[in-house]
Design a protein around this ligand. Structure first.
Ligand SMILES: *Cc1c(COP(=O)(O)O)cnc(C)c1O
Length: 225
């Protein structure tokens, strides 16, 4: 089943790349393992997936512990991070996808032993109760990050609203892409902003067509159909 899902996802990623005239190499698939055991995550690694993500600090550390003899894993923390947990995790991950406040940036900067690759999380849709910086404040926010020398803004991240229709999702991803290009054009040393973390099981094909360079896929890897 896992094997079949891995192949289906790879086929879909390839065809989305082809449709949008992009190279397959531009898109990295991240497997979100938050709902499965370390054993299942290990099976994915054996099938060639190298990017693993968790949305909770304790779960990420647990999986790292269990998979400590597997050297080739790239670790992504994709969920919101509380300040008090920064020191336990920040030097153990390769990418952090949910930077959304200066106070968090300050704490990361204080605890990081080297430069941390971060995505700024953006609330494109403007939904209340949703994490992320509003689209119109992204540039000011990223400019302010200049003073934290351990933070490198590699790109922008967003989550599309649940159960929105395809046109709405497409427009949200497209707006994030526009903003990413706008930031990249600033040529800020601390914010190369070349990457776009967007697309989940329901919408990763749309996301790739709109320019995603990292898609975060959970359910589609592990569901039974
Ligand atoms: C769980 C999660 C995903 C994966 O969602 P699926 O719908 O299971 O593919 C992606 N991004 C974030 C931030 C998540 O928490």
């Amino acid at each position: 089943m896992l094997n079949k899902n891995v192949r289906k996802i790879e086929d879909d990623v390839l065809s989305a790349c082809e449709t949008s005239h992009r190279s397959r190499k531009e898109v990295q698939v991240i497997a979100v393992t938050k709902t499965v055991s370390s054993e299942e995550a290990k099976e994915l690694i054996d099938l060639g997936v190298v990017n693993l993500a968790e949305n909770r600090v304790d779960k990420l550390l647990e999986k790292q512990q269990a998979l400590s003899d597997v050297p080739q894993i790239t670790w992504h923390l994709i969920g919101n991070l509380q300040r008090r947990k920064v020191k336990t995790v920040i030097n153990r991950i390769d990418y952090f996808h949910a930077l959304e406040s200066l106070s968090l940036a300050e704490e990361i900067n204080k605890r990081a032993e080297q430069c941390i690759r971060c995505f700024v999380e953006v609330n494109v849709s403007g939904e209340v109760n949703k994490h992320g910086i509003p689209l119109e404040e992204v540039q000011t926010f990223i400019q302010a990050l200049e003073y934290y020398d351990k933070i490198q803004v590699v790109g922008l991240m967003t989550m599309a609203p649940y159960q929105a229709n395809e046109t709405i999702i497409q427009s949200i991803f497209s707006k994030l892409k526009q903003k990413q290009v706008e930031i990249k054009q600033q040529n800020w040393h601390h914010a190369p902003c070349t990457e776009l973390s967007m697309g989940m099981s329901q919408d990763y094909k749309i996301a790739i067509q709109e320019g995603a360079t990292f898609v975060r896929i959970g359910t589609a890897f592990f569901s039974a159909e």
